[in-house]
Design a protein around this ligand. Structure first.
Ligand code: NAD
Ligand code: NA
Length: 396
């Protein structure tokens, strides 16, 4: 079929298999270009199909030749209906990994469940024995608790007071004011239950118990801080509470891994266009200004550049892993640079519907968004008939 983008609000309902394949190949080529690193050899990525998790899987496989197991929750293709982008990404990743002689297997299902954890542990025991690095990169709007069966939904709201600020509809370029009412206590608790650290800890506990964590194993989960501009709705809002919980969990996990000389970290990453982040109000406007400033300074990065740097300069550089005063790895260091933030804050005050296309990188944001779904990639013929049905070679 001929596949074109079908957009509804913050999401695109279709995705393009060849475009997704090209996205993965471009990331692989970037990592190969960095040259080999002394990274991990056996890696589990939870949330491996898109965004930072996919970049982590690619960096592991093509940076240090790692065997990888990827866990994700994606929709397969059906006759006349394209798969979700993470499905096509994973199919492409496995194809290229197998071509390169690398072990790569995937599990598609609910990572929050006991069943998927057990299936993953069984696969590790059967094929790899143990794991050297566990990347935890889930982004989900809901979680069903494996013990109580209760389903929690996360919300993106401020805490305490109503928040009002500028936002942009990046499809139309229309800048307007958004007002978001504060969350109640239950919404805060629910967001922590979905995006906090409990499930990460459950994974690591189950893996340790099963003896599938190697001596010296590392685990990393991803977090975000961001600027004053978005603080009320992000870091000091409901999602920020969940990130506080995730960051605190890193210490609990680190303690639990001492006897196997393991380490647990949270890495604070840069704001990037992913499926999860385009749904957060205010953030797209901030990002379009941030990208403009960072590109002008030659320090803009995407997921793969970020994770390439995380592995090379932080996790697997010589000596101790460099962390901030709260024990966090910071690869948002360039985003948070004083000169960058000062320029973004100034542009923020000036931004209107009329001038945003000029003072901000609205076009860059828009293209990044369509790229997530495999659209608008250079070198892909979108008028061509493509087979929407694509298998993931080693799906378990
Ligand atoms: P993403 O939406 O691109 O990826 C989410 C992944 O989780 C996908 O692989 C998806 O299949 C998987 N997933 C979701 N629900 C699942 C479930 N129930 N079971 C199994 N897999 C499931 O998200 P992302 O932006 O790469 O975010 C990953 C992490 O990075 C999050 O913790 C996010 O907060 C953090 N982060 C994001 C940004 C950003 O700007 N995007 C910045 C800093 C940190
Ligand atoms: Na991810």
């Amino acid at each position: 079929m001929i596949i074109t983008p079908r957009v509804r609000g913050f999401i695109c309902l279709t995705s393009h298999p060849e475009g997704c394949d090209r996205n993965v190949l471009n990331q692989i080529n970037y990592i190969k270009g960095l040259g080999p690193n002394n990274g991990p050899k056996r890696v589990l990525v939870i949330g491996a199909s898109t965004g930072f998790g996919l970049a982590s899987r690619i960096t592991s496989a093509f940076g240090s030749g790692a065997s990888t197991i990827g866990v994700f929750f994606e929709k397969p293709s059906a006759e006349g209906k394209p798969a979700s982008p993470g499905w096509y990404n994973s199919a492409a990743f496995e194809k290229y990994a197998l071509e390169a002689g690398l072990y790569a297997k995937s599990i598609n299902g609910d990572a929050f469940s006991n069943e998927i954890k057990q299936q993953t542990i069984d696969l590790i025991k059967k094929d790899l024995g143990q794991i050297d690095l566990v990347i935890y990169s889930l982004a989900s709007p809901r979680r069903t608790h494996p013990v109580t069966g209760v389903t929690y939904n996360s919300v993106l709201k401020p805490i305490g007071t109503t928040f009002s600020n500028k936002t942009v509809d990046f499809h139309s370029g229309n800048v307007s004011t958004v007002t978001i009412n504060p969350a109640n206590e239950e919404e805060i608790e629910n967001t922590i239950a979905v995006m906090g650290g409990e499930d990460w800890k459950m994974w690591i506990d189950a893996m340790k118990e099963a003896g599938v964590l190697a001596d010296g194993a590392k685990t990393v989960a991803y977090s975000y801080i961001g600027p004053k501009l978005t603080e009320a709705v992000y870091r000091k809002g409901t999602i920020g509470r969940a990130k506080d919980d995730l960051e605190a969990t890193a210490f609990t996990i680190a303690d639990s891994l001492k006897d196997i000389h393991g380490e647990a970290y949270v890495s604070v990453n840069k704001a990037l266009v992913t499926q999860a982040s385009s749904a957060i109000p205010v953030i797209p406007l901030y990002m379009s200004l941030l990208f403009k400033v960072m590109k002008a300074k030659g320090i803009h990065e995407g997921c793969i550049e970020q994770i390439g740097r995380l592995f090379k300069d932080r996790l697997y550089s010589d000596g101790q892993v460099p962390v901030d005063e709260k024990g966090r790895i910071r690869i948002d260091d360039w985003e948070m640079r004083e000169d960058v933030q000062a320029e973004v804050a100034k542009l923020w005050d000036e931004a209107t519907t009329e001038n945003l296309a000029e003072i901000g990188d609205l076009e860059g944001y828009r293209v990044d968004f369509f790229n997530l779904f495999g659209f608008e990639l250079p070198g892909i013929d979108y008028d061509k008939d493509v087979n929407e049905i694509v298998e993931i070679p080693n799906l378990q």
